[in-house]
Design a protein around this ligand. Sequence first.
Ligand SMILES: Cc1cc2nc3c(=O)[nH]c(=O)nc-3n(C[C@H](O)[C@H](O)[C@H](O)COP(=O)(O)OP(=O)(O)OC[C@H]3O[C@@H](n4cnc5c(N)ncnc54)[C@H](O)[C@@H]3O)c2cc1C
Length: 387
Amino acid sequence: MQFDTDPHPEIREAIFKLCDSFGLNYWLECDNDERFPTEFFAALREGGWTGIYFPQEFGGSGSSFTAAVTMIQAIAESGSGWTGGGSIHHYLFTPHPIVVYGTPEQKRRFLPPLAQGIERPCMALTEPNTGLDTTRLSTRALRSGDHYIMNGEKVWTTGAMIADRMLVLARTRPVQETPRPIDGLTLFYTAIDRRYVDVRPIKKHGYQANASCQVLINDLPVPVQDRIGEEGKGFRYLLDGLNPERVTAAAMAVGVGRFVVKKASVYATERVVFGRPIGQNQAVQLPLAQCWAELEAANLMVYKAAAMYDAGLPCGVEANAAKFLAAEAAQKACRQAMITHGGFGFAKEFHVERLLREIMIPVLAPVAQSLALCYIAERELGMPKSY
Ligand SMILES: Cc1cc2nc3c(=O)[nH]c(=O)nc-3n(C[C@H](O)[C@H](O)[C@H](O)COP(=O)(O)OP(=O)(O)OC[C@H]3O[C@@H](n4cnc5c(N)ncnc54)[C@H](O)[C@@H]3O)c2cc1C
């Protein structure tokens, strides 16, 4: 498989230029104040970036997935991390099942406001009692004439406080009545009508600018027209969007890692202790050089997976490997960057502590590191399925 790790230098340049107007203190303030980066998102929307991975006929720019990966990596790499990247992340994968499986009417109704950044999506998949075992989820949608009535509880739905619509997976047939647990699950893209949906932010470790939420769904009427594809096949449709989610998370992780390694290297060159720059000590240099090497190696897998996805090839193994490698490398890089900054690394004004908090996200989500490896063990190494 041919691929390039710098396929769109013009995108990187344009994004870095846009991000220059939003300094590191902007991201810190958004985090401190638990405030969505509205101004930054407006700049992305005005620049047409929200539509990067939407078809042109629905208002997008029809660029490749690799181009979208390049964009979100550059946003994270500017120093914004998840605080900036997370503001646009869902535009790159959540609507994808609509693009692939939606009816022409649904595409006309749903995609243009998303491509233009006028509407905000969120993804309500995870449930408190099922975790990674998604097929066991218990949110139900019962057909009643031209509507379904939905009841259930979702958790960690990021952006639900400010989203207009949610992509939500619900059971339309009890698991006991289906041949396999993946059957009987149906996908909807529907309005978050707050008369029936109670959204509560979760107090969390980092990424305070975009609330992750508990979502209580109580008799929500969902029009049949909001169902994506056939009833009972939703899990299969959703799978289409999961690999892009993993690859974009991996790309962001590499971006964060690159930023902190560069920042720590500059600090190590300028900070003088014992009469010389601390970076002159190999104990300071070598761990940062190793972090650089591990990040760039992970990045190869990121762009390989993206290229395979663009070519329409199965890329589950590569997407999981990219997510695993990038999360490990980036977490190590953030830790090493804080060590390099010494006590000052613990101070908010040096910005590394925010990124060290945020970098736990790709370690934990969208899928656990252990499950990413389980997938590789099964699909690539031919071992028995373990989950
Ligand atoms: C900041 C953040 C944002 C998120 N945003 C969203 C969102 O927008 N929408 C959404 O739907 N979800 C979201 N999530 C949820 C996320 O996708 C889940 O947390 C993740 O899928 C893991 O599920 P869980 O936390 O329930 O872990 P559990 O399923 O409870 O697993 C806990 C741990 O057990 C281990 N484990 C479990 N089963 C196995 C096994 N069979 N083999 C080996 N190890 C195993 C794993 O290491 C895992 O970390 C978000 C999470 C975070 C932290």
